[in-house]
Design a protein. Structure first.
Length: 77
């Protein structure tokens, strides 16, 4: 019912596709959903990326400065 929808609306753990995201900290952008994957970019605090897709695995695919890669979702909170 309504309570569930309200909770979902106020949670920051999932992002809508196409959302612009301003980073609160400097993060590595990886080529796949792994902390050992190659870095394709470093996204600096205060810069903006665009959400491409958010995954259950705890990673969010972002488009940043012309590069598409993955950032750990909990780093985006």
């Amino acid at each position: 019912g309504e309570a569930t929808e309200e909770t979902a609306a106020t949670t920051n753990t999932s992002f809508a596709v196409g959302d612009k995201l301003t980073l609160t900290q400097t993060v590595n952008v990886r080529e796949s959903m792994s902390e050992t994957a190659s870095k394709v970019a470093v996204a600096y605090a205060g810069e903006t990326g665009e959400i491409v897709m958010s995954y259950q695995e705890g990673w969010t695919k972002v488009k940043y400065d012309g590069t598409t890669g993955y950032i750990k979702t909990d780093l985006l909170q």
